[in-house]
Design a protein around this ligand. Sequence first.
Ligand SMILES: Nc1ncnc2c1ncn2[C@@H]1O[C@H](COP(=O)(O)OP(=O)(O)OP(=O)(O)O)[C@@H](O)[C@H]1O
Ligand SMILES: [Mg+2]
Length: 297
Amino acid sequence: MPSGAPAILVRDLRKRYGDHDAVCGLDFEVAVGEVFGLLGPNGAGKTTTVEILEGYRSRDEGIVSVLGMDPGERPRALRERVGIVLQSCGIYRHVKVREAVAYWAGLYPNPRAVDEVIDIVGLGEKRDALARTLSGGQARRLDLALALVGDPELIFLDEPTTGFDPAARRAAWATVRRLQELGKTVLLTTHYLDEAQALCDRVAIVKDGRMLAEGPPATLGAAASRSRISWTDEDGATQEREVEDPTALLHQLTSGALARGATLRDLTVSRPSLEDVYLELTEDAADDVASTMEATP
Ligand SMILES: Nc1ncnc2c1ncn2[C@@H]1O[C@H](COP(=O)(O)OP(=O)(O)OP(=O)(O)O)[C@@H](O)[C@H]1O
Ligand SMILES: [Mg+2]
């Protein structure tokens, strides 16, 4: 692959299941060494897209290039360079954790040390446990171990931390950051927007198979350019204003308070979080769910 070429290139990707359009013309690129997040409501088409990139699912239309190869042709060279955490896994129920990771390591030309990877995902104490006896979060950690053990240059993580306890989630974040430091490319999906904000260089928000917004988490969408000022007024009520430039309003508020000899308790100036931006962009989807629930007796 020539240097400078993206690790992943997607052009006008389309996928239809029966009469349902799951992916309706997606375009995006992921640069080598980038952590890219695919975000969006349930059924947005994230897993479909990721599985097409992994070569697990066929596409109907569009151009897809992964490490310079077409995953639709299921090239062996691609399999050896890619690690995968599927959204629902649990293939190795009847073997021990260590056996599963060792077997998976054997599929790659230059795998990492099996025990080291088991320790990285925090399963050291469960090394000799049968996979089917793992808790939900522990099973997910095994999935992560399988994705890492081949020391791949590109890693697909489809909701990798679902079911993780807070400490395990932070540990997984540290693992992803380490992968990034090693120059690996990561494509992840997640419903945890703090996770996307913490890990991703860029995110794409998809809904109904279409891209709503794309960019670095901090600058995504129109809402990201606004500031939110909040404070507790003299009656104890929380006040909140959103403005393009907080300078004038802050001056007005603080000078007014000083003149009255009052304090603006809990005064904060903040930018909208990725979650605020996401909810604003995908609002219609939430409305759809609400109206469906209202219509259901
Ligand atoms: N094998 C399939 N056959 C028919 N429809 C499917 C199939 N797989 C997915 N779909 C439909 O395609 C749409 C996109 O599904 P997909 O799994 O890609 O969504 P997602 O964004 O990963 O959602 P989630 O956040 O819930 O994981 C959904 O409406 C889903 O019902
Ligand atoms: Mg999914």
